[in-house]
Design a protein around this ligand. Sequence first.
Ligand SMILES: Nc1ncnc2c1ncn2[C@@H]1O[C@H](COP(=O)(O)OP(=O)(O)OP(=O)(O)O)[C@@H](O)[C@H]1O
Ligand SMILES: [Mg+2]
Length: 655
Amino acid sequence: MSLASSLLRKSQGSLVDLLESRLRESVFDNRYSLHPRRLAQLGAEQAEPFLRFLDDPTQVDPFAQGQSLAREGLGEKTILAIMSALRLFCHQQLEGETLMLSSSLDATELYTSRTLEGFMSAQEALILKDQEQLRRALSTALENQSRELLVKNHAINTSINGIMLTDLDGKVTWVNSSFLTLWGYAAAEDVIGSRIETFWAGDDARRVLDRLPATGGWRGELAARRKDQSTFSVELSASVIRNEEGRAIGIMTSFVDATERKRLQAQIIQVQKMDALGQLAGGITHDFNNLLTAISGYLQLLLDDVPFDSRMHQDLMQMRAAVDRGTGLTRQLRYFTRQTSGNRQVVSLNEVARETWEILKRTFPPDIAISLALAPSLWTIEADSNQMSQVLVNLCVNARDAMTDAQHPRGGGRLTIETANVELAEERVGRYVTARPGKYVAVRVRDTGIGMSPDLLDRLFVPFVTTKNVRSGTGLGLAVVYGIVTNHQGFIDVQSGVGQGTVFEIFFPMTQRERETRTEEAPPPALVHGHGTILVVDDEQQICEIMSRVLTNCGYVVITAGDGREALSKFGRGHEIDLVILDMMMPGMGGKECLGQLREQDPGVRVLVATGYTSNGSAQELLLEGALGIVEKPLDLKALAEIVQKYVALPRSSS
Ligand SMILES: Nc1ncnc2c1ncn2[C@@H]1O[C@H](COP(=O)(O)OP(=O)(O)OP(=O)(O)O)[C@@H](O)[C@H]1O
Ligand SMILES: [Mg+2]
């Protein structure tokens, strides 16, 4: 090999290095790549002028040529192709050793230093401009996209619906914070990666999931399981997420807690059911009452005709006892059907509760501790106070029964009567379909008794629903409570579970009206006064004494007698007796006989019959015999003073 050719080879090596390094440094480095074959093709076309120049350098101005190519926006691919063609050309020339070495090298050098430089700077400027535009466009697009993402993210995260994303196998990939709240988890990490079965009771969720790819979506209700394993009902909608090609890549499910809706629905049904029952019972009670009145009237006639000691008389008395019981039932049903509005006044439930408590603590078995927790400055309500105490008594008697029931493990327990001022906001009122937000007075009766099953709770206020035997319960107690409370625009909440005791909470709307008589903390009202002489006949000395004390305080002169005989003798002894209060049940001469004899002595005698409610039936009988009214035992002193004052001055009947 000649010196010239080895020199050329060396120079060719350095020329190639130079070109390659320029290309590497250049801006289009790494940005494009082209298949060498295509390069060669391109190069062959575009390198043509250059090759011509190499053939005859005087014909072409390489610099101008390069400049114009660059201006025309000669593609960098072309430049690459030229370079590669150049290499090929040099190689071929060297192989043939026909090239004028120096002129070739000069030309190449010249071309690269001028043409390529020129081209490069023009191209660089173009690329920079392009890049700047691209960068701006990209950054605006990115900014928009990230803003959109942020908004969507916020919406999904703060949605009150729980949202869960899973893969197709049912493994959780993402959840929002409502999901965590609903299911009782603290952080998404506790949930992500778990299988969906963790969050559902039963295998319905799995079945839905398995069918989803085929069905595409599903809406419905399922029983969910919280972290603490408690279950609740959710409404959900699940759908398959698909990619651009339509392939299923995951599942999105959104949930709402259905517990509240279901509860409200149940409540509405309950209210409607009770209304329907009320109407039905109303109709029956009315007719039934008329029937009973007729039966009892004819019974009375029969009783008058039949000898007192006959067998038939006894049978008729049995019949009358049954009729009396029927009358009692219809009276109770009337409360349920809300036919009795009663006497509404401004009432403090604290007073009613205290009075009830006084009675109960004396009559309840000693193993039941009764406590009273009265709210100070309790608001007042507009109510019939007798009906209020009936509500409380019915609830307390039930509580007592629940604590003395044979099924109760220990027997005994604690009964608490509480009162409270309660302001119900919209969200709490939502729990009671018939309630409006506002101020309420609440009274709660708690017991530690046997509690109730959900099934019993559902039917609790329905008349004649009872778990007690025929003798001890008719199942009307709570129906009466329901009727009275609803009639007072109140509502009832019951919490109970088997073995967990029971809380009845009753809300009455507070009233703004002032009390007509006294404020709660004021001393008891003065009893109504009157004058006249009153004969109190009762075999119980204590009763005689109480009545005597009260009536003396009210301004009357009081004479007492321990039985019928003594009464007759005192009545006839020249005392001017204005009114007799006569006990029904006395040993020896009873009330009935005594009344008869009194009327014989003085047909215009004014007599009130004192009776407990058990013997109501026979008191009615005495009214027929000419007694003016009934004094109910246990004594309500205020009522006693009122009824005495009413009858003591009544014109005497001459019959
Ligand atoms: N505090 C309570 N604890 C447990 N069970 C109760 C309670 N209150 C009521 N119940 C249940 O509800 C049923 C219905 O009560 P309701 O007062 O209406 O009727 P009753 O007590 O059976 O009969 P009545 O009150 O007419 O004498 C009761 O039989 C009892 O099973
Ligand atoms: Mg009861």
